[in-house]
Structure formats: C-alpha cells, structure tokens
Design a binder for this molecule. Structure first.
Ligand code: EPU
Length: 424
C-alpha cells in the first residue's frame, strides 16, 4: 500500500490552482443519467472517486470519455439499473445514481452503503423522500430497490439537512409529474452547482442554495456544457497548510465566498488572509492562537475542514474546543495526532485541543479522506519525518496532492508498496 513520507519544517510558499470540486462533480456526473444528449463537463478533478463514478456510469450503460479535466457523458440507453456492492462500498456517493435511475428508467437497485470510518451515515431521508415522490422502495438482501412508472411531485421535509439526500431528491424531482418542494434542503455550494447544471439541461429549479428548493418536473432533459465549481475543501486544506507552516500560500481559481467560515476562523487564529475575486492568500509568521470551532451545515464551519483545523490548533497558542456536530465518528485523526505529540482530549463530540510548541514526526495511519489531509498537514509542520500510510483515502479526493504541496516547497514523497524512501 502506498504511503506519503513527509519531511516537516519547511515554510510553504507560492501559488497553486484549485481543482474542481469532487463533491460537485460526483452528483453532476450522476445526473447525466437523467437525459439523452451529450454533456461536456470541465474542471472535473482527476481523483479516484470521479474514476469510480465514471466506472459505475459505464456499468449502467452511459458512454463516458475523459481527457484531462474534461468529461463527455452521454446516456442514451440503460444496460443495468444496479449499483453493485463492490463499487458502493468503495464510494458512498454511488447512492447518487438512485434518484436519477428511478426518475428516468423507472427502477434502481443500489447497494446499501453501510457504516464508514466517520460514522453511521444512514440514507433514510433519501429513501423516505423517494417514497414521497411515489416510488415503491424496499430493502432486500442489502440492496435498496426503488420502482416507479412516473414519479409525482410532493412536499418533502428532511429532519436533518443532507447534502447527497437533497441532491438525490432534486435530481429525481426534475422528471416527476408536477411540483416538488424540498424543505430544510442542504445549502452547500455543491447543491447549487448541481442545480445550475440541471437548469442548463432544461430542468426548472428555484431556490437551490437556500433551505427551500422548488422543482417543477419536465418531460425530459437535454445535453449541456458545464464547468464544475472549484473545490472549497481542497482550497481550505492548502490555506491551513500555509498557516501551519508559517508560510505564504496563495490559491488561485477558487471561490472565496464559499470559504467564509474558514477564513473567519483563520483570522481569529491570527493568520493574515487576503481575498481577491478568485484568489485567497494566507500569511502567518508566528504561532497561530487558539480558537473554538463548531462544525455545521453550510454556511457554518465544514466538517470536511475539521481534521485540518484540529492539526492547526494542535500547534497553536492556548486551548481550543472543537465540536463536531455532523458525523459522530469523525475524530479518528486525533489518536494519530497524539502520536505526534498533540495534547488533545476527546469528550463526547468535543475535542479539547491544548496547543504545543511543535509536533514531532511519526508513522501515522489515515482513516478517511479528511483525517488523512489533517495528518499530512501535521507532518508538514512537524519536526522530523512523518509517514502517512493508507493514503488511498487521499487519492479519492485530492488531485495531485504531492505535486501541489511540492510546488509550494513541501518535502513530500510517495512511497510505493514496500519500497523505502530515504529523505535527507
Ligand atoms: N443523515 C441522516 N439520514 C440521511 C442522510 C444523512 O441521518 O438519510 C445525517 C448524516 O448521518 C449526517 C448528516 O445527516 O449526520 C449530514 O450528512 P449528509 O447527508 O449531508 O452527508 P453526505 O451527503 O453523505 C456529503 C459529502 C461529505 C460531507 C457531508 C457533510 C458528498 C459526496 N459527500 O456527504 O463529504 O462530509 O456531505 O458536509 O457530497 C468528503 O468529501 O470527505 C465527505 C465526507
């Protein structure tokens, strides 16, 4: 299994470009099922989750070609309506084909994703919403089966705002008979990006990006071109890396307006943040100071940036309380950070982080995508060498991570399988 070997202590400096948002590209790709006609997508990140989604769409019968950051997708016929366990277990976002398959082809069989390293992650609101739209939904042998000759518009209220749940229902409602209203919808920018792509294809959607989304069903969707929004979590990860290494890092082609909760917290930590129209630059020449963080649905602080911020707070001056409200199991990085010398106590869904002067490099193990990112940042700021194993998690969501960090002056190498790398 590949690992990253990081020699810490270098100040990161320079400019890199943000990649397209994984969590926008995935639902947009899934939504190509909804209509015939060619869709040309640009700024699609070259990450393993996108490859998995393309594999799944190919299996279902869509024809997809990918060159660099461009993907051309066409879905004229269906070969299968089943998303098998082998694919879904490697990527939970495979659930995003459920709504489009039922809406366009009248049936879907999608493996239940099950639990994962960050929590139990049920899909009950996806299923209840589809049932409200008139689908017959059952669970058999570990698979969700949904059927409907034509979905019917309905009023759907989700107790908890769910990102992929909102996306699944919004996609399904595009081809339903009549009007659907999703209340307490997720407001994440990725939901808005999916909606703008669907509107370009002829869907009638209002309110995406707010907590009430109204969709008037149409008979069919046509092809369209679309540029995926920049990845706010990738951007945020590099900004925190700049701050933690007391560096000077600028991320271009990003969306500063999607990162306000992070930049607010970075400023509270004493980091200088400069905002341009499409750029964010951080500078930090002294030890950051402690600040409290509570994750929440957008526009609150993203759970996907929690691990990276815990790494920063672990070397800040003072004590911070980090409260995770979205996923109960999302503190797996903390035990690994403790092995690097971090002083962090977990109390329920709170982490009490008392900053230390410096972390020390150690072999650590990644448990999920963002936990891995937090460990990489810790390694960049630590004294000595850190080896992060199980980095297949990182490859799922960060495009050319070593190359980008290397361009900023980070000393980071990928070690293949059992091969050993010596870092001076
Ligand atoms: N929830 C339910 N029932 C449901 C759906 C969700 O109880 O039917 C709960 C979840 O257990 C959680 C909360 O609602 O407590 C919010 O979960 P949500 O459904 O919004 O998460 P998701 O759609 O599965 C997406 C991102 C995650 C990101 C979360 C939260 C994609 C493909 N994934 O997941 O991204 O952490 O929203 O913002 O968009 C990542 O990129 O590393 C990642 C995990």
């Amino acid at each position: 299994m590949d690992r990253l070997v990081i020699s810490g202590g270098t100040r990161l400096r320079g400019t890199i470009k943000a990649s397209g948002a994984k969590n926008a590209a995935l639902p947009i790709l899934a939504s190509t099922i909804l209509g015939a006609g060619e869709c040309e997508l640009s700024n699609v990140p070259r990450v393993v989750d996108v490859v998995t989604m393309i594999k799944l769409l190919n299996l279902l019968g869509c024809s997809i070609s990918q060159e660099g950051d461009r993907v051309v997708a066409k879905c004229d016929q269906l070969r299968s309506s089943e998303a098998p366990y082998d694919l879904v277990r490697t990527m939970r976002a495979s659930i995003l084909v459920l709504g489009p398959l039922v809406a366009r082809w009248g049936e879907a069989t999608v493996s239940l994703p099950g639990g994962c390293a960050i929590g139990s992650r049920p899909v009950n609101f996806h299923l209840a919403g589809l049932a409200k739209l008139g689908a017959e939904v059952s669970i058999e042998h570990g698979y969700i089966r949904a059927r409907a000759s034509r979905l019917k518009g309905a009023r759907i209220y989700c107790d908890v705002s769910t990102v992929t749940g909102t996306e699944n229902l919004m996609m399904a409602a595009c081809l339903a008979d009549g009007v659907t209203v999703i209340e307490n919808a997720a407001k994440e920018p990725e939901v808005g990006d999916l909606a703008s792509f669907l509107v370009k294809r002829g869907a009638r959607i209002e309110g995406a990006g707010t907590d009430v989304v109204t969709i008037e069903g149409v008979g069919q969707l046509h092809g369209a071109d679309h540029e995926v929004i920049p990845d706010r979590i990738e951007t945020g990860t590099y900004l925190v890396a700049g701050a933690m290494t007391r560096g000077d890092v600028c991320v271009e082609s990003c969306r500063p307006d999607h990162l306000e909760s992070l930049t607010l917290k970075l400023r509270a930590c004493g980091v200088t943040v400069e905002e341009g129209k499409e750029t964010l630059r951080v500078r930090c020449d002294q030890r950051p100071v402690a600040t409290d963080i509570k994750t929440g649905a957008y526009p609150a602080f993203p759970t996907d940036m929690q691990a990276q911020m815990v790494a920063l707070l672990a070397i800040s001056r003072g004590t911070s309380v980090v409260t995770e409200t979205i996923f109960e199991g999302r503190f797996m990085h903390i035990q690994e950070l403790q092995r690097m010398g971090a002083d962090i106590k977990i109390e329920g869904h709170h982490a009490v982080v008392t900053g230390c002067e410096r972390l020390t490099g150690a072999p650590v193990m990644a448990s999920d995508l963002r936990a891995s990112a937090g460990l990489v940042l810790a390694g960049l700021a630590a004294d000595g060498v850190t080896e992060v194993s199980r980095i297949y998690h990182l490859d799922r969501g960060y495009e050319r991570l070593e190359e980008k960090l290397g361009a900023l002056g980070g000393i980071i190498q990928r070690q293949k399988g059992s091969q050993s790398v010596k870092i001076a």
